[in-house]
Design a protein around this ligand. Structure first.
Ligand code: C5P
Length: 193
């Protein structure tokens, strides 16, 4: 069975939590596409060469979840050649046998416009910054400023900007706990299977 669940949205909206739960519930493979851009961002050197030569070791680095890695990712993610280098891998993953969940910024718009389910997960910048702060700690005002900086760069870049696909279902998690957000996503997938 070929079945793709595309989950897009800004940083810390809940995409990762929802994607992992949906993948586990239906036995689908999961790809966190942000990790690809984070790995390119932290590798340093020429980002296009880094994207073309990405290895499993690059994706297993333990510094990929830091705020710095997120900002570095959003800087390399504006480069069209970086995005092009990562495209085929993501497309093949999306249409693999057995079902796939991909989370990112452009899955429903660019990587897999034919996805059977498209979800756009959002939450207010304050709620998202608070969630990220619970993960990374440090200065809360700085975390909020970095979330806003990343949103701004992701939404306003020329190539594959962050935006909902025309046929995406919007899920605002600002007032939802993880269980409720997961239940809504699972119901949506179930309805299309
Ligand atoms: O999802 P995550 O916060 O790990 O993504 C890090 C950065 O990678 C994003 O802010 C965005 O700039 C970039 N990204 C992207 N397209 C994707 C996934 C992530 O441009 N599909």
């Amino acid at each position: 069975m070929i079945f793709t669940v595309a989950i897009d949205g800004p940083a810390a909206a809940g995409k990762g939590t929802i994607s992992r739960a949906v993948a586990a519930r239906f036995g689908f493979a999961h790809l966190d596409t942000g990790a690809l851009y984070r790995a390119v961002g932290v590798k340093g050197g020429d980002p296009v060469a880094a994207a073309n030569g990405l290895t499993p070791e690059d994706l297993a680095r333990d510094d990929l979840r830091t705020l710095e890695a997120g900002l570095a990712a959003s800087r390399v993610a504006v480069i069209p050649e970086v995005r092009a280098a990562l495209l085929d891998f993501q497309r093949r993953f999306a249409r693999r046998e057995g079902g796939a969940v991909l989370d990112g910024r452009d899955i429903g718009t660019v990587i897999c416009p034919e996805a059977e389910v498209k979800l756009f997960v959002t939450a207010s910048a304050e709620v998202r910054a608070h969630r990220r702060w619970l993960e990374v700690g440090g200065d809360a005002a700085r975390v909020l400023a970095e979330v806003r900086e990343r949103d701004d760069r992701d939404m306003n870049r020329a190539d594959a900007p962050l935006k909902p696909a025309a046929d995406a279902v919007l899920l605002d998690t600002s007032g939802l706990g993880p269980e409720e957000a997961i239940a809504q996503a699972i119901a949506l997938v179930q309805a299309q299977l």
